[in-house]
Design a protein around this ligand. Sequence first.
Ligand SMILES: [Zn+2]
Ligand SMILES: [Zn+2]
Ligand SMILES: [Zn+2]
Length: 384
Amino acid sequence: MEGFEIRLTSSKKGKGLFATQKFDQGDVILEEDPLVSCQFAWNAAYRYLACDYCMKPLETPEQNVRRLSCKPDIVLPHSDRFELNLESITSCDQCGALYCSEGCRQKAYVIYHRILCHNPSDAQHPIVVLMETWKQMHYPPETTSIMLLVRILAYIQQSSDPSAARAKVKQFCHRTENEDAELVHKLLGEQFTHQMNTLRELTSHVVSGDEVQEFLTPEGFCTLMALVGTNGQGIGTSPLAMWVNSVLEVTMSDDERQQLDLFIDKLYQYVEEESGSFLNTEGSGLFQLQSSCNHSCAPNAESTFPYGNHRVQLKALKPIMPGEEICISYLDECTLQRSRHSRQKELAQNYLFVCWCERCSSQASEPDCTSEEEMSDEDIDADD
Ligand SMILES: [Zn+2]
Ligand SMILES: [Zn+2]
Ligand SMILES: [Zn+2]
């Protein structure tokens, strides 16, 4: 590791990522591939075509927007800006899972696909049954996927050194049983006890064996569910979003720019009408280094996916000095703009901690909103 280290923070936050050198705004702090990643269930059901291993899109921005909007005549200008090599697409001989390259097909097979390979049109297959059950419990917008959990189990089961694989997965677990249960409750809603048992049982039909047994007990399964719920980092690889980003760099007159902006707004509107609101999050993944980044409401870094696949890049948003903690925001852009009270409520509900970042501390004297929404430190146990 160069330029950063993972160590204990002085506060209750536990571990954190710290700079060991100076970073300027825009500098890349680190890049890494996830331990496992997975497309969301509904995202796949809407036939968003992505590599089953690295989530790279397997369709051009034009094909993507035509399909999502159900308008086969849309023509995207400047589409030459966007390079996508669709020639190396390959598939699993047995199940037809699509990959962007032979490399991805092989990696998937070696890491988890060998025991998960199945015929997707076999409605009785345990994976198909599990996915359908999950989809009924968890409607979009999706934040996590049962398939990510299944891939973690398969990764352990297929590993040549299962105890090392288990230890790797357990590095992500740092909560008590009660906290896990609370998080999973939030994730699945009121039906959670019943649903957890159903999901656990169906999952054990997909992956079982001594190596994963500890994650298939009620407590173990709950821990794993909380793990994917809180550590799963959203991955955005939409070809439409990448095209939108790439045309930002095209030189044009103000007039042309204005027209293009209107055209883009319209595209998103068409997509929304046909396929629901557009969130540039196609799946999620587990990242070892990136997941040790704590939250701040005034983050000095951000996670991006510049390669259009699941490889994450952590970039400095402002100058970072040696010794300074590197923080990202766990909140979406919109929530991040809101008051301290709203932000803290969201963080307490989804991540079970009280934020004491610089911005929150400096706003501590701000009045809280309504009294029934008020929360105290006694209600929420701070993360330790
Ligand atoms: Zn790939
Ligand atoms: Zn297969
Ligand atoms: Zn904060």
